[in-house]
Design a protein around this ligand. Structure first.
Ligand SMILES: CC(C)(COP(=O)(O)OP(=O)(O)OC[C@H]1O[C@@H](n2cnc3c(N)ncnc32)[C@H](O)[C@@H]1OP(=O)(O)O)[C@@H](O)C(=O)NCCC(=O)NCCSC(=O)C[C@H](O)C(=O)O
Ligand code: MG
Length: 301
């Protein structure tokens, strides 16, 4: 059955830090960091000969210590020979979400969702999907639609440009000129089905200016946040994918003006010389809620 698009409560996903599951020091560091989400990676960050050790270590680690952020585990592809054991381990580690790599069709989501249902996974356990292959980009709308079928577990796309560049031959250039059409295609597919969408990693983690520029670009394209590889990238990502004070002030003014008794039955009004409709009120309420959530999170870090 297809569910209607749900607009879920504000969930911050400005900074989504990738942590190699076999790096004990990095695992220990996560609870001191202000990332909104951590992806504990069993896939590309872990060499094949260390997969089993990483899987066991991660379950142990998350059983003993839970960082104060959204917890996501990236498993290996289900067809890779590691995926089934990763799924079983992920279920034991009780993450908020499981990230499936190299998703290319709705069937990839269905197989994981069926496995979770057959293994009594809690309904609250989400699926995230990496869109990082040519077929993944082409099929992104159909994949995104599974957010409303197969148990409705899918709620976030993450773009993988390292793999996409490798598969397509598009080089890594400042400003990502030839990648923008695909980034926008993925964004549109995600939004069309009510999913969040996270921009790709920036590999040169010491290049702070380049990173900041790419965060601005991702934000302006409509992305919710950025996948990160290093703690240095968390603060700038939180800043760029956060809210600007002027926009929050404007949102609060829109909320206040629509709350006036004389505007109760109006669909459109004028504020500071601009047309404001009720759709702007919806946007303003969302932005104000995001600003409140950010304030609460800041108080914890
Ligand atoms: C990129 C790194 C290999 C750099 O490591 P290193 O040189 O050791 O970093 P530092 O010495 O500067 O580290 C300083 C301290 O910070 C901790 N640290 C570093 N990275 C992380 C992290 N990701 N999470 C948590 N903590 C981290 C170090 O442990 C140091 O702390 P301490 O030990 O207490 O002194 C490294 O940053 C790294 O491995 N990053 C993650 C790489 C990764 O996960 N790659 C896979 C995901 S990206 C991807 O898959 C892309 C996608 O699929 C696509 O196709 O595009
Ligand atoms: Mg990848």
């Amino acid at each position: 059955m297809t569910k209607p698009i749900e607009h879920h409560p504000v969930r911050l996903r400005r900074s989504v830090l990738c942590v190699p599951a076999d790096n004990v020091r990095a695992l220990a560091k996560v609870s001191q960091l202000a990332a909104d989400a951590a992806i504990f990676d069993l896939e590309d960050a872990v060499a094949p000969e260390r997969k089993a050790e990483a899987r066991d270590g991660l379950v142990r680690h998350l059983t003993e210590s839970r960082p104060d952020c959204e917890i996501v585990i990236r498993i290996n592809a289900l067809g890779s020979g590691f995926g089934q054991q990763d799924l079983a381990a992920a279920l034991q580690a009780k993450p908020d979400a499981i990230l499936l790599p190299k998703v290319e069709s709705p069937a990839d989501i269905q197989i994981a969702a069926d496995w979770l249902a057959d293994n009594d996974a809690p309904e609250s356990l989400r699926l995230w999907a990496m869109i990082e292959t040519p077929r993944g980009v082409v099929n992104a709308p159909a994949i995104a639609e599974t957010g409303r079928t197969f148990g409705g577990r899918l709620d976030c796309f993450v773009v993988g440009l390292n793999d996409l560049r490798k598969e397509t031959g598009v080089p890594d250039r400042p400003g990502r000129p030839y990648l923008i059409p695909w980034l926008m295609q993925i964004l549109l597919a995600a939004r069309g089905s009510g999913l969040d969408v996270i921009d790709a990693v920036f590999n040169d983690f010491r290049d702070t200016d380049g990173f900041d520029e790419e965060c601005r670009q991702g934000r302006d394209m409509g992305y919710d946040g950025k996948m990160l590889i290093h703690p240095l990238q968390i603060g700038p990502a939180n800043e760029r994918f956060g809210v600007e004070q002027a926009a929050v002030d404007e949102a609060r003014a829109i909320i206040a003006v629509f709350a006036l008794p004389e505007n109760a039955d109006k669909g459109v009004i004028s504020l500071h010389g601009r047309m404001i409709e009720r759709l702007h009120l919806d946007q303003a309420l969302k932005l104000a809620a995001k600003a409140d959530t950010i304030e609460k999170r800041k108080a914890r870090f």
